[in-house]
Design a protein around this ligand. Structure first.
Ligand SMILES: [Zn+2]
Length: 316
C-alpha cells in the first residue's frame, strides 16, 4: 500500500509565513525556530518510515499522519493495521539526555545543564490507543487489540528512567521492527478478516482531516503585514515581473513560467478563505482580470459559485 508521508500542514503554513514576512519582522526568529522543530519532527517520522520497510511486507497496512476525531481531535504519527493487532507509533526527534520520570510521568530533557519539560510521548501514544479504540467502536469495527510504542529518532539522545518497564515501550526508532516482531507474538488470533482491514483503512483515509488553523491569528499577524506578489524561486527576492506570460526576476534575471504557483499555494496556506479573481489580482499585484483568470484556471483548483461571483478552493 503506497501512501507516502507528506510534510505536516502546519509546517507548510509556517514556511509560507516565513517567506512572506519582511526580513526584519520581530516575530520571524520565533517562526524560524518553530519551523526547525517541525522539520526535525518530520525527519523523525521519515526515519520511522525507513525502518518500517524492514517489516515483513504485506503483514501490516501502514497509515501515516492520521487526524481523526473521537470526542476531541487526535493525531497519530503512524498506525499499523493487521487482523490480529494494531500498533500505534508516536515518534519524537528530541536531542539531549532524556529522563522519563515514573512518578510525575514527565519527560525531562537536559542539554548543557539546562532542563526542559516535554510532553511524554509514551503517555501520548497510550492516549491515542484509547482514542483509537473508541474510534473503532464508534464505527462498529471489531475491537482489534492495540499496542503502542513511543520512539526517539535521534540516535545520540541518551534515555534514562526510574521505571523499569518503560523501555519495553520507549526506545530508539531503529529498534522498531524487532519490537513489533516481539510484541505481535501473543496475537495469533485474527479478530478481523482482510476485507474488514481494507474497510477500516478506507474509512481512515476518508475521515482523515488535517486541521488547518488560521496561521496569521495563531502568530498574531495582521493580513496587511504579509508580503504580496511573486517571489523569485532562485534568489528569493520580491517581486517578479510578468512579460508575455513569463515571470522575470529583475534582480537575478531568472525567468519562470510557474512563478505564480507557489504564490497561490501561499495564499491558501495563509488565508483561511477561497480565492477570487479580485483577491488573486490583489495578492499577485496583477492589473489584468484575464491574466488572473488564466492563472486560476491553470491551477487545478475547484471552481465554485455563479458566473457573477466565481471563487476557487483547493483541490486536495
Ligand atoms: Zn531572482
Amino acid at each position: 500500500m503506497k501512501n507516502e508521508r507528506k510534510p505536516p500542514l502546519r509546517l507548510l503554513q509556517e514556511e509560507a509565513l516565513a517567506r512572506r514576512l519582511p526580513k526584519n519582522h520581530p516575530i520571524l526568529p520565533k517562526v524560524h525556530n518553530s519551523i526547525e522543530k517541525r522539520r526535525a519532527g518530520y525527519r523523525g517520522e521519515l526515519n520511522m518510515d525507513y525502518h518500517l520497510t524492514f517489516l515483513p511486507h504485506n503483514r501490516y497496512t501502514i497509515v501515516r499522519d492520521l487526524h481523526l476525531t473521537d470526542q476531541f481531535p487526535f493525531q497519530i504519527d503512524t498506525l499499523l493495521l493487521s487482523p490480529q493487532v494494531i500498533f500505534i507509533l508516536e515518534t519524537k526527534n528530541i536531542f539531549g539526555e532524556l529522563f522519563f520520570d515514573k512518578y510525575s510521568k514527565q519527560l525531562i530533557r537536559t542539554v548543557e545543564g539546562n532542563e526542559n519539560g516535554f510532553t511524554n510521548p509514551r503517555e501520548q501514544a497510550q492516549r491515542q490507543s484509547y482514542q483509537f479504540q473508541n474510534w473503532l467502536i464508534k464505527h462498529n469495527f471489531p475491537s482489534i487489540p492495540i499496542e503502542h510504542f513511543a520512539t526517539i529518532s535521534y540516535p545520540q539522545s541518551i534515555m534514562k528512567t526510574n521505571d523499569e518497564k518503560l523501555f519495553d515501550r520507549v526506545f530508539h526508532t531503529e529498534h522498531i521492527v524487532n519490537k513489533i516482531l516481539e510484541f505481535e507474538q501473543p496475537y495469533s488470533t485474527s479478530v478481523a478478516d482482510s476485507k474488514m482491514i481494507r474497510k477500516i483503512h478506507k474509512t481512515l483515509i476518508k475521515e482523515n482531516t488535517p486541521m488547518k488553523i488560521n496561521i496569521l491569528n495563531k502568530w498574531g499577524i495582521s493580513p496587511h503585514e504579509i508580503i504580496k506578489d511573486i517571489q523569485c524561486p532562485t534568489c528569493l527576492r520580491y517581486p517578479m515581473k510578468r512579460n508575455h506570460g513569463i515571470w522575470f526576476c529583475p534582480y537575478c534575471m531568472n525567468e519562470s513560467k510557474e512563478g505564480h504557483i507557489q504564490a497561490i499555494k501561499d495564499y491558501f496556506l495563509l488565508f483561511d478563505s477561497p480565492i477570487t479573481n479580485k483577491t488573486c489580482r490583489e495578492f499577485l499585484l496583477l492589473s489584468s482580470r484575464r491574466t488572473s483568470q488564466q492563472i486560476l484556471n491553470s491551477m487545478n483548483l475547484i471552481k465554485k459559485g455563479t458566473t457573477k461571483s466565481v471563487f476557487y478552493i483547493e483541490n486536495d
